[in-house]
Design a protein around this ligand. Structure first.
Ligand code: NAP
Length: 322
């Protein structure tokens, strides 16, 4: 976990595709980034298996392997890593401070790329079969369920969007929703109702995801009459919303009401001068590894320009940069 320094022109918090791409660009710009990568580094891709939609890997790559390669690439150009969670931040002005317990790290500028997590149902069986038929990303995993029956849990736009997308591969998709009315927008509802491959299990919750090594069904409970039933499916897509990992920054930086970091699009500048944000902590629309990496790159370039405008000499060595 130890780094040779605790100060850097650019401090990065978070190590998914956004943070690691920011680290790569910042390192190559001679900005000696320190990345507080988290105790469980690598972000959401560490929870996936095969990634087939990251450009440059025509035969696919495992999520953890992709993240390992990104980290290695950033390290090659001098990025340093702290493998622990940030526990406190002070964003009152440059230089910014980030603590890992008692250890303080200081950055002239800061890039936040702490990502988001998919909300889960909280079942043991769901946890056990995550990546083995339980998924939170149809775009990532739908392709693996060609000619299978699937379930999607949720009644919002995400659930309907995932269900509609999954009908490209699946034989049938059952949307399991806890109420008898959808939360999703009218246009998405119309599309879902018009899709002959989509069915609904109303007023229903998943009690158990069935299967040992792979999903073979779900046990449902009807909340109206308390009856139980099973649905034979090969995959369960949980689409009940996401939560950005931004609690640490609450009250110090502009967040929207769902907790996503507000940036001055198309730049990555946040409400705090010198603090930039990228990836899923900002983006609740696209949420792809490649879009996160793209905004991570933008954040590093924004930080570089901001530092330059604030008199930072990127030709300086680590001994005299400040
Ligand atoms: P959302 O709108 O918050 O919907 C979450 C859904 O999951 C709701 O139907 C909710 O049920 C259900 N749910 C929540 N917790 C649950 C639990 N523990 N067990 C079972 N069901 C649960 O989230 P979202 O669909 O991810 O959308 C987030 C935002 O992104 C929304 O503003 C949405 O419009 C937007 N979005 C837009 C698009 C698009 O326009 N193409 C696509 C995706 C998302 P209840 O309805 O009973 O609360």
């Amino acid at each position: 976990m130890a780094t040779s320094r605790t100060t850097a022109p650019v401090l990065i918090v978070g190590s998914g595709p956004a943070g690691l791409t920011a680290a790569l660009y910042a390192a190559r710009a001679n900005l000696h980034p320190i990345v507080i990568e988290g105790a469980e580094a690598g972000g959401q891709l560490m929870l996936t298996t095969e990634v087939e939609n990251y450009p440059g890997f025509p035969t696919g790559i495992l999520g953890p392997e992709l993240m390992g390669k990104m980290r290695e690439q950033a390290e090659r150009f001098g990025a340093e890593f702290v493998t622990a969670n940030a526990t406190k931040v002070d964003l009152s002005g440059s230089p910014f401070h980030v603590w890992v317990d008692d250890e303080q790290y200081t950055g002239k500028s800061l890039i936040i790329s702490t990502g988001a997590k998919a909300k889960m149902l909280g079942l043991d069986s769901e946890r056990k079969l995550l990546g083995r038929g339980v998924s939170t990303c149809a775009t990532c995993d739908g392709f693996f369920f060609r000619s299978k029956d699937l379930a999607v849990v949720g009644g919002g736009d995400s659930a309907l969007e995932e269900a509609i997308f999954l009908t490209r591969f699946a034989t049938k998709v059952t949307i399991v929703h806890r109420r008898d009315r959808l939360r999703a927008s009218k246009v998405m509802q119309d599309r879902a109702y018009a899709n002959p491959k989509i069915d609904f299990a109303w007023n229903s919750v998943v009690e158990e995801v069935m299967g040992d090594d792979a999903v073979r069904g779900v046990r449902l409970r009807n909340l109206k009459d308390d009856s139980e039933s099973t649905l034979d499916v090969a995959g369960v897509f949980v689409a009940i919303g996401h939560l950005p990992n931004t609690e640490l920054f609450e009250g110090q930086i502009g967040l929207d009401e769902a907790g996503y970091i507000l940036v001055n699009h198309p730049s990555t500048a946040t409400s705090v001068d010198g603090v930039f944000a990228a990836g899923d902590a900002v983006d609740h629309i696209y949420r792809q590894a490649v879009t996160a990496a793209g905004t991570g790159c933008a954040a590093a370039i924004d930080a570089e320009r901001w530092l330059e405008a604030h008199g930072h000499d990127s030709g300086a060595t680590t001994d005299n940069w400040d």
